[in-house]
Design a protein around this ligand. Structure first.
Ligand SMILES: C[S@@+](CC[C@H](N)C(=O)[O-])C[C@H]1O[C@@H](n2cnc3c(N)ncnc32)[C@H](O)[C@@H]1O
Ligand code: SF4
Length: 388
């Protein structure tokens, strides 16, 4: 079975108010070095594939590590994984902590794709998001990646900030396009429970943008990026010269993956494990030679089927229910026939044989459509559970 590898680096220079990823502001270098030692221990015991289909180093902020620690991370990885044989090795970059030296270290280690979180080029919006960089630094970091030889650079952007107008977002995306990225991810800001942003919303200090504006931004983004030659291969992801992100696509196709680092998840043949989230607890377990997992869950075949549609329906190609059924040994197309029928009737899905795809209007309701399959809502009254 093809398996990909995810490495989670949990440190950041600042905790952005909107972010609910497992990341912490930790300046203490000793903690970074202990993290690296624990990573080595976990990789040794995790049965990580020697030749994964893809590797993704994310966070958190991998580039927050100082140059020596950053180089050590790749040296550790190289002990367990044949990076040179891996077709796609991505590292997440933050503009404020990238340096030419770190870009060169990553390239020399075999990283062939960089994904840089920029989010916005406007000073006020960067401030609102608590970002530690400005537009000028983002442009300079992009140049440093190119100078180091990165030919596949992706940029992450966020739209739909409170008070942001369509014209504001258009200026932001044009600024990103002007850099000539090879791939773009454009996310609609979400108010994640537990974040500072969510708390401020609950206190009434801030409110989400109105839905109409967000929809206009979403639709314009698709049009503009299509005109610029980008393929919208997933709702938030656009492939330019660099092609799709194979790592994420493997995940959306419900491929197996091994995740290492605090809070990272793994999925193998229907068994999902999730690591301990606190860096100390995770490192204690890994360094003691134990599996640093907090939970393990065996998904039922019908849960897997629901997840396959939930993940896959966001892809441009949609999902072939017969294919999912054959893979999982279940009558998936028959089971979901009622739900598909309903979603087709209300214009959210189109059907081509057993393949389902979001329509243009359905794209705006992707979360709700996916959630219906995930919840086991088969469209047949009285049958809402996958527990069989
Ligand atoms: C968790 S971050 C890690 C990358 C890197 N540390 C950074 O800050 O760019 C991955 C991406 O998820 C997106 N993201 C995180 N939280 C989000 C939210 N609440 N709403 C929309 N996008 C979000 C951002 O675009 C970010 O670049
Ligand atoms: S968005 Fe990136 S930099 Fe900000 S807290 Fe999350 S992981 Fe860290």
């Amino acid at each position: 079975m093809r398996t990909s590898l995810y490495v989670h680096v949990p440190f950041c220079v600042v905790k952005c108010g909107y972010c609910d990823f497992n990341s912490y502001v930790v300046e203490d270098r000793a903690v970074h070095l202990r993290f690296l030692a624990a990573l080595d221990a976990e990789l040794a015991r995790a049965r990580a594939p020697r030749q994964p289909t893809s590797v993704f180093l994310g966070g958190g902020t991998p580039t927050y590590l100082d140059p020596e620690a950053f180089a050590q991370m790749f040296a550790i990885l190289a002990r367990h994984v044949d990076l040179a044989a891996c077709p796609e090795v991505t590292v997440e970059i933050n503009p404020e902590s990238l340096t030419p030296a770190k870009a060169a270290i990553a390239r020399a280690a075999g990283v062939n794709r960089a994904s840089m979180g920029v989010q916005s080029f406007a000073a006020a919006r960067l401030r609102f998001l608590d970002r530690a960089h400005d537009a000028e630094r983002a442009r300079a970091a992009f140049g440093e990646l190119r100078a180091a030889g990165f030919t596949n650079v992706s940029i992450d952007m966020i739209f739909g900030l409170p008070g942001q107008t369509l014209a504001d977002w258009q200026a932001d995306l044009e600024a990103a396009l002007a850099l000539g990225p090879d791939h773009l991810s454009c996310y609609n800001l979400t108010f994640e429970p537990g974040t500072k942003l969510h708390h401020q919303w609950q206190l009434g200090h801030v409110a989400p943008n109105d839905e109409e504006t967000d929809r206009a931004m979403f639709l314009w983004t698709r049009e503009r990026l299509a005109a610029a030659g980008f393929l919208a291969y997933e709702i938030s992801n656009f492939a330019g010269r660099g092609g799709m992100c194979a790592h994420n696509d493997h995940y959306w196709l419900q491929g197996d993956y091994v995740g290492v680092g605090p809070g990272a998840s793994s999925h193998r043949a229907g068994v999902r494990t999730t690591n301990l989230k606190p860096v100390d607890a995770w490192a204690d377990a890994a360094l003691a030679g134990l599996a640093p997992a907090a939970s393990a869950e065996t998904l039922t075949p019908w849960q897997r089927a629901g997840e396959a549609v939930w993940l896959g329906v966001r892809r441009r190609e949609g999902v072939d229910l017969a294919e999912v059924g054959a893979r999982l040994g279940l009558p998936v197309a028959a089971r979901f026939a009622g739900l598909v029928q309903r979603q087709v009737a209300c214009g959210h899905l189109r059907r081509d044989g057993t393949r389902i795809q979001l329509t243009d209007s359905g794209l705006l309701f992707a979360d709700a459509v996916g959630a219906a399959f995930l919840s086991g809502d088969t469209g047949a009254p009285g049958r809402r559970s996958h527990a069989e």
